[in-house]
Design a protein around this ligand. Structure first.
Ligand SMILES: CC(C)(COP(=O)(O)OP(=O)(O)OC[C@H]1O[C@@H](n2cnc3c(N)ncnc32)[C@H](O)[C@@H]1OP(=O)(O)O)[C@@H](O)C(=O)NCCC(=O)NCCS
Length: 182
């Protein structure tokens, strides 16, 4: 069984970015992200409705991290500090040494190579520090950009689930991608 320890919070740096803890101070930007229709278009989850909801979500994320059950990094520019996105390992299956990768950025930061800068360091953390054996990513099959991101980092398509995800009165298909440690 995988033994995880996310204490102290593992800060990660890249050329332009700092991946760090998400705190209450990020509530406004985190709300902007989770309530943005463009950013949430292929996430197939409800849009955030209030800052209070986001504050509860931040508490939930913090508890998950302290319980060593999941980890979410807030993405900031080194020369900014404000939250511009998030990247996470969630749905961790400790018994299978497997976790799911998720990522999102505010639209004004898209297509600048930022997520491509964060992902290699996060994968490295997942495989070498967390000792994961496989990292999965679930996408809406219409999400061409996310597929491109995953293929860029050599994720392979593992499965296609038909109408397995119910959201807002509709059933959505899911593509599962994964990357193995070796
Ligand atoms: C998915 C997302 C994180 C990509 O982040 P990003 O920083 O813009 O991606 P990058 O700039 O690193 O680009 C990665 C690849 O995707 C391509 N790409 C990025 N945006 C694109 C766009 N709008 N159209 C076409 N290709 C695009 C890039 O060309 C790049 O490929 P390349 O290096 O071979 O040229 C961002 O679009 C986002 O936050 N989307 C909303 C949230 C979301 O859907 N998350 C994923 C859920 S599964």
């Amino acid at each position: 069984m995988l033994a995880l320890n996310f204490k102290p919070f593992p800060i990660i740096e890249t050329n332009r970015l700092v991946l760090r803890e998400i705190t209450k101070k990020d509530a406004e930007n985190f709300y902007r992200l989770r309530s943005n229709k463009e950013a949430m278009r292929f996430i197939d989850k409800p849009l955030a409705e209030s800052i209070d909801e986001i504050k509860s979500f931040i508490k939930y994320i913090d508890k998950k991290r302290k319980d060593n059950d999941a980890i979410s990094w807030g993405i900031s520019l080194k020369d900014g500090g404000e939250l511009i996105g998030t990247i996470s390992f969630h749905s961790i299956e400790k018994e299978n040494y497997r976790a799911e990768l998720g990522y999102m950025l505010l639209p004004e930061y898209w297509h600048k190579g930022l997520i491509s800068e964060a992902i290699p360091k996060v994968l490295n953390f997942g495989f070498n520090d967390m000792k994961l054996h496989s990292i999965a990513a679930n996408i809406n099959p219409n999400h061409e950009v996310s597929r491109k991101v995953l293929e860029k980092f050599k994720f392979k398509k593992e499965a296609y689930f038909k109408e397995n995800h119910y959201f807002d009165g509709k059933f959505y298909d899911t593509e599962i991608y994964s990357l193995l440690k070796h």
